[in-house]
Every structure is written in C-alpha cells, then in structure tokens.
Design a protein around this ligand. Structure first.
Ligand code: NAD
Length: 254
C-alpha cells in the first residue's frame, strides 16, 4: 500500500496502458479517477479496480478541450478533495508518411497528444500548487519522440514536445514539491499498437527489440508505480524508457 491516501487521476484510463496503470495504482491503495473520452469505458474500468472501498470514479474528459478539463478538475476536487498523482496518458496513435500528412491530421495529433497533455498538466499543477502538499506528475511520452521512425512525423513531434515540456515543468515546479517525470514506452501490446502495426512491421519490431517481444501494459504500470511513489522522490525531470532495450539497439541497426 505504497500509495495509501493518495488520489490519482489517469487520463485515457479506460483501456490499454492507462487501465493497467490504474489497476496497479489502485492495488497500492490509491483512489483512482479514470478520465476518458469514452465515459462508459471509464466507468467500467473504474468499477473493475481493486480496493473498491476507495470509491474509484470514472468520468468523461476530452483532454484537447480546456473547458472539459476544467469541469473534470472541478468535479474531481469536489468529489475527492484534491489530487496527488497525475498520469497524463490520454493519446491517439498515428502512422502516416511525411509527404502524405494532411494539415488537419497534423493539427488533430498535436491538439490531443501535445496541447491536450499541456492543458491537463497545467490545470493539475495549478491545483497542486494551491493545495500546497506537492505531488507527482508522470507524462506518457514515447520512444517515437526520441528518434526518427517511418510514418511518425506528427506523432513523434507531439511526443518530443511533451518530453521537453516535462523538463521545463520539472525545473519550474520543483519549488512547489511537484515531482515531474516521463515514461517513454517502446512498442507495447495495446489496441493502439495492433492498429498501427501490420504483420510485417510487427516482425521487424520483434527482430529489432533486443528482448525480442513487445512490452505489456503491466510493464509500463510497474514503472508508473515507482514514479508515483516516495521511492522516486529524487528522480526529477527524467525520461524512463520502458522499451526492452529498443532505443539502444537503434544505434546498432539504424
Ligand atoms: P489506447 O488507444 O489503447 O488507449 C488510449 C485511451 O485514451 C483510450 O481509452 C481513449 O479513449 C483515450 N483518449 C483518446 N483521446 C482522448 C481524448 N481526447 N481525451 C481523453 N481520452 C482520450 O492507447 P495506449 O496504447 O494505451 O496508449 C496510451 C498512451 O501511451 C498514449 O499516450 C500513447 O501515445 C502512449 N504510447 C503507447 C505506445 C504503444 O505501443 N501502445 C507506445 C508509446 C507510447
């Protein structure tokens, strides 16, 4: 119960990596607010978490919409009394060759994966500053934000921006005892990866990843528990790659 008495907000927690993180934080005793575009999915996911006596909640949010995020924060503070941990995870996938990216698709990607993450992080940070008891913010970036990848122009640019924003947040928010880090997942077995990777791409990934397989959402969740707990109190502004060694192998092959 390393997270007893903490309130955690997980955006995009209705499925995939966000749901796995929600389960792991709930197991450690946190009260979880799952906020997702998919309200029914968020409610179902919240109802499935361990330690139901913590009164986990599923709420709707569109992270790209500042008003929706404001309503979420008001509702969450009213219901749970505040927030201690943010898992800034909601996002969409995308895989389009650079020459074919349409402006509207570029803008949608940036508005959800970068601007949306910014809106949530700023709103939560302001609340944490007001509370005056510090906090933990974990942004879910991506290996695609660290190096060139076919078709990853818009997605990778958004995630690179989020990784840089994390560093700035860490520098500016340390004075408020708000601890900010990134997790950069490699290829993780979720609906997003299933949609983006055809069988040939999948085989190539399995060949290039030193550990020879995709990661599981639970492996990202274990890293998130560490970064949410007091054990990581001096880890700050860091990007924790959870990728089976994929990033380092890129130097050998690329
Ligand atoms: P997923 O598609 O399985 O789940 C994403 C969740 O986010 C869904 O429940 C969806 O409804 C929600 N969502 C989407 N847009 C939203 C919005 N505007 N507002 C609120 N909720 C919204 O994806 P996943 O694979 O679990 O990915 C989770 C995060 O991890 C994303 O930020 C993704 O970019 C990142 N990531 C995933 C991988 C991977 O291989 N799966 C790798 C690196 C990074």
């Amino acid at each position: 119960m390393r997270l007893d008495k903490r309130v955690a907000l997980v955006t995009g927690g209705a499925r995939g990596i966000g749901f796995a993180i929600s389960k792991a934080l709930a197991r450690e005793g946190a009260r979880i607010v799952i906020a997702d575009l998919n309200l029914e999915g968020a409610k179902t996911a919240a109802a499935a978490l361990e330690n139901a006596n913590r009164d986990h909640v599923g709420l709707r949010v569109d992270v790209a919409d500042q008003r929706s995020v404001g309503e979420l924060m008001d509702g969450m503070v009213g219901r749970c009394g505040g927030i201690d941990i943010l898992i800034n995870n909601a996002g969409i996938g995308g895989n389009t060759p650079f020459l074919d990216i349409k402006l509207e698709d570029w803008q949608r990607m940036i508005s959800i994966n970068l601007t949306g993450a910014f809106i949530v992080a700023q709103s939560v940070s302001r609340q944490m500053v007001k509370q005056g008891r510090g906090g933990k913010i974990i942004n879910i970036a991506s290996l695609s934000g660290q190096r060139g990848g076919n078709g990853r122009g818009a997605y990778g640019a958004a995630k690179a921006g989020l990784e840089l924003l994390t560093k700035v947040m860490a520098v500016e928010l340390a004075q408020h005892r708000i601890n900010v880090n990134n997790i950069a997942p490699g290829a993780i077995e979720t609906e997003m990866a299933k949609t983006a990777h055809d069988p040939a791409t999948r085989r190539a990934y399995e060949y290039l990843i030193p550990m020879g397989r995709y990661g599981t959402p639970e492996e990202i969740a274990d890293a998130a528990v560490f970064l949410s707990s007091d054990e990581s109190r001096y880890v700050h502004g860091h990007t924790l790659n959870v990728d089976g060694g994929f990033r380092e192998a890129g130097l050998m092959f690329g």
